[in-house]
Structures are given as C-alpha cells and as structure tokens.
Design a protein around this ligand. Structure first.
Ligand code: SF4
Length: 263
C-alpha cells in the first residue's frame, strides 16, 4: 500500500561552473553526501578547457554531471534584446542560460543547493533562490575552508587547476564581458577562432549605426592592443597560481565576475 504520508525525498544539488571552487566542493562533498546530484549549466559558449575539466571531474566523481542546456541559444536571446550585448548591469545571459535551466531542473522538488563560497569570502553572497523549496548551504564557510584549502583539494584529487587559469582568472563564456583586457589578449592568443567569434558580435546596428562592444572602453581589438602595449608579456608559461594572485582579490569582486558562472 502506498504510504500517503511519506514525504518526498530532499534532493541534494551541486552546480559546477568549471571554476576551481565549485569543482573543489564537488570533490569535498563526494563522500559526505553520496546522493548528491551534480549539474553544469552549459551556455553553449563555454571554453574548451572548461568542458575538458568537467569531463575529468565527472570521472573523478564516478557519476554523471548532468548538463543543463537552455532551450534557446545565446543568439536567440541576443536578438530578443535587440542586439544589446549583455553587460555587468544587464546580465540577461546569466538569467536565461544559467538560472532558468537550474530552476527548471529543480521544479517544485525540495532541494538543498550546495554553494562553494569560502570562509575567506565574508562579503561574497551566493545565489540564493527566491523559491521556497530551495535551501542553500555553504559547506566551505561552515567548515572554515579558505583558498589554500581549495587548491589542496584539487591537487590531492589529482586534478589540479583547470587549464584556462594559465590565461584567465575564471570560468564562463569565451566572450564573457567580465574579462579584463589581459584576458581578452589571452583569448586571442589561446583561442584565436573564439576571439574572432567574440569580435563578430561587435557590430554596428544597420539602422541606427550604433556600435555594440563587449566593453565600454573600446572594441576588443582596441583592448587587446592596449593590453599588449601596457604589458608585452605573454601569459603563456606563467604558473597558474601566479595568474590568480595577479588578479588578486578582484576575482572575488562581485562587480567583476558572475558567481553563477564562475564560482
Ligand atoms: S559567463 Fe559571462 S557572458 Fe556567460 S552567462 Fe555568465 S555573465 Fe554571461
């Protein structure tokens, strides 16, 4: 006989961005919450290094990382937004390509969502859903784990840091507008094809003549030119940890990164 009083099970969910913190949290939680469901909201514009790292992590976890794909593409939403590229103040990309697929994945289930904010990030706020069926937990904060612990977790698991840290401070779309000019220069150097695709989005509106750029201070070519003049140093061969240090605390600055995309 069906037990009508039985409560539906609570789902435990951990979202991966391909960033170091969420990856370390997945490793940290693997044996603590064996029923954990892992997911990755793929925007369709992820870096090859990110996808590669997600595959490696999946092997380590020994269970599937569910890929969540938006029903519609970035290009669809761009057209919907009259070709206005997303920006730090207009993050329609995050909302449509990350947040909505997540909330659809959750549905009305009771969920505990595990978020990788660290104990040394007191001012950083994670995504907290307004949906009442989603409760958020912060295991690194609860257990006092900081940046060095995250690096140790990744190294102990044999994964190390995702390769894009050689030239970029966080995961996310190849065209992410949060990139600094050095990172755009890195994209050009490491993925010239993706750089060209990012550039192709910077076009003038045929009707108004208005030019849309990823960064308010200029076109990508102008930014890269400035980066090369300011610092004619190849990012290649720089130890990844140094690159993170070089970006310093700014990688944790909410104004310069999207927590849903890069944690
Ligand atoms: S990584 Fe950047 S461009 Fe991609 S969805 Fe997030 S904020 Fe938008």
């Amino acid at each position: 006989m069906t037990d009508l009083a039985a409560k539906p099970p609570v789902r435990h969910l951990l979202g991966l961005s391909g960033g170091k913190d969420s990856s370390a949290l997945a490793i940290y939680m693997r044996d603590r919450v064996p029923e954990m469901e892992y997911f990755f909201a793929d925007t369709g514009a992820e870096l090859p290094e990110t996808l590669e790292f997600i595959d490696l992590l999946q092997d380590y976890l020994g269970k599937p990382i569910v890929r969540l794909n938006s029903a519609r593409s970035f290009d669809y939403y761009l057209k919907f937004h009259k070709n206005y590229l997303p920006s730090p103040k207009q993050r329609w990309c995050t909302f449509n390509l990350k947040l909505l697929p997540f909330e659809e994945f959750v549905g009305n289930d009771k969920v505990i969502s595990y978020v990788a904010i660290r104990a040394d990030e007191p001012d950083r706020a994670g995504y907290i859903s307004s949906k009442r069926n989603i409760r958020t937990r912060f295991p690194f904060k609860e257990d006092g784990l900081t940046k060095d612990d995250i690096q140790d977790i990744l190294e102990s698991a044999g994964l190390g840091m995702p390769r894009y840290y050689e030239w970029r401070s966080r995961s996310g779309c190849y065209f992410c507008f949060f990139q600094r000019r050095e990172e755009w220069a890195g994209l050009k150097q490491y993925h010239p094809d993706l750089y060209e695709r990012a550039k192709a989005y910077e076009k003038a509106d045929e009707e108004t003549g208005k030019v849309y750029t990823w960064n308010q201070s200029g076109t990508l070519d102008e930014l890269v030119e400035r980066a090369e003049k300011a610092e004619p140093v190849s990012l290649k061969n720089k130890p990844s940890r140094k690159l993170i240090d070089r970006f310093g605390n700014s990688e944790d600055d909410e104004d310069h990164g999207c927590i849903l995309c890069s944690l």
